[in-house]
Design a protein around this ligand. Structure first.
Ligand SMILES: *[C@@H]1O[C@H](CO)[C@@H](O)[C@H](O)[C@H]1NC(C)=O
Ligand SMILES: *[C@@H]1O[C@H](CO)[C@@H](O)[C@H](O)[C@H]1NC(C)=O
Ligand SMILES: *[C@@H]1O[C@H](CO)[C@@H](O)[C@H](O)[C@H]1NC(C)=O
Length: 417
């Protein structure tokens, strides 16, 4: 009997609650929208610093020229009294290759980014791609905006077979490990791979890694990417990334959190790279060098021959405060299909390594920086890909190109479900 009464009052309670909730749902969703709008406005105010001058790029971006001492890095409590290093104390030695920024001789060397067509930033400012409210609204949450998901770094040393066929990240990379590394360099062919779903991306980059592949992995990354979610279009963009805890709380793309200190007034992180290679036509590439300054301990980045972009202060990292234990170069895509199926999101040029120059994408002159601050050819280069019938990698070496590899593929095809 007691149980019966309890049962009835339970049902009554349910009915009352349901009625209350029906009337409150509309108001609640209204409040949620208002709260989200407020959160977006607050975050935009944090990200977009006051500009000395703004330049509208043909691709729709706005590039804000922000005074160098007002850049996002200085929101970091540890950087409150930081004196900006305008140059690295040391530059790695042994640049032995012709480092022209492009394979084609016709291109003017100053046209590395599309926004340059409409202006330049004055001295003592840095160009920052303005974040728009649409950028934030595309993100799963304002907090996750500008951050990679967990587990997005390939670990060739321990492949978990259960992960291989899950939806997720797919790679085709070359790597070295087993030594201490103080930097890495590569000249990367630039393409605009097709992205099937807006929540996927395709990138080509180098990774400078410290620590194990646990929760405290340190990573510095740079290269080019196509990411409709992050940028709202399919353009190929220059990017950097860093994390000191395996993509959890720390780090971000570009200047979307405080950390990287930019000193260069000409190159904007996240801006569109121009021009792009064509299948069977003109080929373009960018050179990226990241190295640890032996004096101050900061990790510097250089783009092409001419542009020292800035640095990641050593204190951001644990393992990388000392040295890197692994270097990776190559491509990564996000595949959103479950159960071992693939989308047709392309990596590199979207063509397999077998096709070779001007058809498949390449990394050439891959090098590492050793303990004595010398650039050297890497020893014992390994390769890794989850499923070579979808995306593949093939290494080689030659007098002109040093150590190189072709990589990439079309994703879904008759051999890759
Ligand atoms: C910055 O300098 C001020 C004044 O010298 C000092 O009080 C403060 O503790 C310093 N802050 C940091 C984070 O070093
Ligand atoms: C992944 O799926 C493919 C195609 O369904 C299959 O051939 C392959 O054996 C699977 N690999 C693993 C590691 O389960
Ligand atoms: C990006 O490319 C995809 C696939 O080609 C296309 O469906 C989409 O409309 C493009 N997005 C934009 C913003 O241009």
């Amino acid at each position: 009997m007691a149980a019966h009464v309890k049962g009835r009052s339970w049902i009554l309670w349910l009915l009352v609650t349901a009625a209350v909730c029906l009337s409150c749902a509309g108001a609640r969703s209204g409040r949620t929208v208002a709260r989200q709008r407020l959160e977006v406005q607050r975050h935009l105010k944090r990200l977009n610093k006051q500009a000395v001058k703004s330049i509208k790029s043909p691709d729709g971006d706005i590039i804000d020229c922000v005074h160098i001492s007002h850049q996002p890095a200085f929101d970091h409590p540890f950087l409150k009294n930081h004196t900006i290093q305008s140059r690295p104390a040391f530059h790695p030695e042994g640049l032995q290759f012709d480092e022209s920024k492009v394979a084609s001789k016709k291109k003017s060397p100053s046209m590395a980014q599309l926004w340059h067509q409409n202006g330049r930033c004055p001295e003592n400012t840095i160009p920052v791609r303005r974040t728009k409210s649409d950028d934030l609204l595309r993100a799963s949450s304002v907090k996750r905006y500008g951050k990679k998901r967990h587990r997005s770094v390939p670990n060739p040393m321990s492949i978990d077979p259960d992960l291989l066929n899950e939806s997720g990240h797919q790679h085709a990379i070359a790597y070295v490990e087993g030594d201490t590394y103080y930097g890495a360099k590569a000249t990367i062919n630039v393409w605009e791979p097709k992205i099937q779903q807006p929540n996927e991306f395709s990138l080509s980059q180098l990774w400078i890694l410290g620590g194990s592949f646990g929760e405290d992995l340190n990573s510095i990354e740079a290269g080019w990417q196509v990411s409709p979610d992050l940028y709202g279009d399919n353009n190929t963009r220059l990017f950097t990334y860093w994390t000191s805890d395996s993509y959890q709380a720390t780090g971000c793309y570009n200047l979307l959190c405080s950390g990287f200190i930019q000193v260069n007034s000409e190159i904007a992180m996240g801006a569109t790279i121009f021009p792009i290679s064509r299948y069977g036509g003109s080929q373009y590439d960018i050179s990226i060098l990241v190295w640890k300054d032996p004096k101050e301990g900061h990790w510097w980045m250089q783009f092409g021959n001419d542009y020292v972009l800035g640095y990641w202060p050593a204190f951001l990292f644990s393992y990388l405060a000392d040295s890197a234990s692994m270097i990776e170069w190559g491509g990564e895509v996000v595949n959103s299909e479950p159960d071992g199926e693939h989308t047709s999101t392309a990596m590199g040029s979207g063509h397999f390594p077998e096709e070779g120059f001007s058809k498949s994408s390449y990394f050439r002159n891959i090098q590492i920086v050793d303990q004595s601050n010398n650039l050297k050819a890497p020893k014992g280069v390994g390769t890794f890909t989850e499923q070579s019938s979808c995306y593949d990698v093939q290494t080689g070496s030659s007098a002109h190109w040093g150590h190189f590899f072709y990589y990439g593929g079309p994703g879904k095809n008759s051999n890759c479900p």
